[in-house]
Design a protein around this ligand. Sequence first.
Ligand code: AMP
Length: 147
Amino acid sequence: MSLEGTYDPQNIFAKIIRGEAPCYKLYEDDDTLAFLDLFPQSYGHALVIPKRSAARNLLEVDTDALCRTMATVQRLTRAIVAELEPDGVQVAQFNGAPAGQTVFHIHMHIVPRYAGEGLGKHAAGKAEPAELEALQARLVKRLQATA
Ligand code: AMP
């Protein structure tokens, strides 16, 4: 699947939104959902998605859903920086398989970067559940403290 195509309601993020698949949830409101990436490229790699928009990518998403998604990206990025104290943060979004997209429900990556540490391989190398649970607890607590 690439830049052009039809939204598949069976994609993994659509299943997570409907509660049919699990996730390490960090934050949710009426319009957006944030959770940990299962195959993190760095410690604290998180994803933010719009819940009401059946859009595969940036070209398709409606502006209002995009703005609400970015508001959650900013909120979560602030919490990640406060809690994990990275040296930098990448916010990324891919459109089409040749650009690196593997899940075709629009999402924003928040990837903390630590000085001297390279980036892990994209969408490969599953994190340990215990590590994800501990990270989830820290970030949820931090988000609640800064709400
Ligand atoms: P992209 O390649 O930009 O489409 O990003 C998809 C991201 O989703 C990758 O970073 C994957 O590691 C991540 N991912 C895939 N399946 C899951 C899942 N079930 N829960 C959390 N993250 C996932």
